[in-house]
Design a protein around this ligand. Structure first.
Ligand SMILES: [Zn+2]
Length: 341
């Protein structure tokens, strides 16, 4: 396993400052100020006057989005959908589906090992189910303060198919977002979870929310829980870069953070809001915690290859998926480092 060498605090601060300065520069470059106050600041050539808490937030969102790498997205998608064998510690394994015990376990190992390769401690949480076993994977980036907890999730299993959109797209998103957060070093703790057995009744998330999230609530209180941003089917673009946030007025601070992130990174995503259920975030809602789902414009059922063997990587629009993951990484950074300076 490769050892990850994290950036030092000084490097992080320098990088964040550069990103803020670049952001200010690019705002001026693409049409000028939005309001009078900012305009005055820029006209007298003193961008430092505008660098308050908001500008700093902008910095952390941009920093997170800038780490999201298209080559990494493609490579991880290929491994998770059987296009190329996954280089597991136990030997190369082709994961052509993630419905069988064998396929789900291999996918769980791939996720665990991928998180560890990024430099994040990860574990597979096995749980018994009917005659078999479920495999949730959890990777945690510890916060630097005695902060709160945020969950960024997707589901591991598929409908016995390659499941490129459903939900390898989400798995690649949580890997890429974990990479971004590990580099930032967030104030709050972020748990990245790949849930098993979503397709047969949100089973993995039900177990996880009841046990792991429940334990944290018990130990640290309700206010320690920020909530859950879940990604399911985020790679198919019908044209127009449409996407949907399922917030249902139960997203707590996540709704605002997504909108802030869209703005901060000047995202091309056209976001609509709709009260979507039917994925793992529902278990957060049922337990009384804030949650939201990010999905593409098909709202699940409009995806022409939904739960078919033809849900393969060639159906995805990779630049669109890249933009969706950047939005997720930026949102996560804003929620996890609200006071980053
Ligand atoms: Zn799904």
């Amino acid at each position: 396993m490769r050892q990850y060498t994290g950036k030092s605090k000084v490097e992080r601060v320098v990088l964040a400052t550069l990103v803020v300065l670049l952001a200010l520069g690019s705002l001026v470059g693409c049409g000028g100020p939005v309001d009078g106050e900012a305009g005055a600041t820029r006209e007298n050539g003193a961008p430092a006057a505008g660098v308050g808490p908001e500008a700093a937030s902008s910095g952390v969102a941009l920093e997170a989005a800038s780490t999201v790498d298209e080559a990494y997205i493609r490579e991880s998608l290929d491994h998770l959908t059987g296009i190329s064998p996954a280089p597991l510690d136990g030997g190369e394994t082709t994961i052509s589906e993630r419905g069988s015990d064998e396929g789900r376990r291999a996918a769980a190992e791939y996720m665990e090992e991928s998180f560890e390769e990024i430099g994040i401690l990860a574990r597979i949480i096995e749980f018994p189910v009917d005659d078999g076993t479920g495999y949730n994977v959890e990777a945690t980036v510890e916060g630097t303060g005695d902060g709160k907890h945020l969950w960024v999730t997707a589901h591991l299993d598929s409908a016995y198919n390659a499941g490129a959109s459903d939900d390898a797209s989400g798995l690649v998103s949580i890997l890429s977002t974990a990479k971004a957060l590990e580099e930032i070093g967030p104030e709050h703790t972020v748990h990245f979870v790949a849930y098993d057995l979503e397709e047969i009744g949100l089973i993995g998330s039900s177990r996880y929310v009841r046990s792991t999230v429940g334990d944290i609530r018990e130990r640290e209180g309700e206010e320690a829980i920020i909530g859950n941003l879940n990604s399911d089917m985020i790679g198919y673009d019908e044209g127009g870069y449409d996407a949907v946030l399922g917030a249902c007025n139960r997203a707590g601070p996540i709704d605002d953070a997504v909108r802030q992130a869209l703005e901060d990174i000047d995202s091309p995503i056209q976001l609509d809001e709709d009260c979507l259920k039917r994925s793992d975030h529902q278990n957060f809602w049922d337990a009384g915690y804030p949650a939201a789902i990010l999905t593409d414009g098909t709202r699940y059922d409009g995806y022409p290859y939904y739960h078919r063997s033809s849900d393969t990587v060639d159906k995805l629009n990779i630049p669109y998926l890249h933009a969706m993951i950047q939005l997720t990484a930026a949102t996560t950074a804003l929620l996890a480092s609200p006071n980053e300076t």
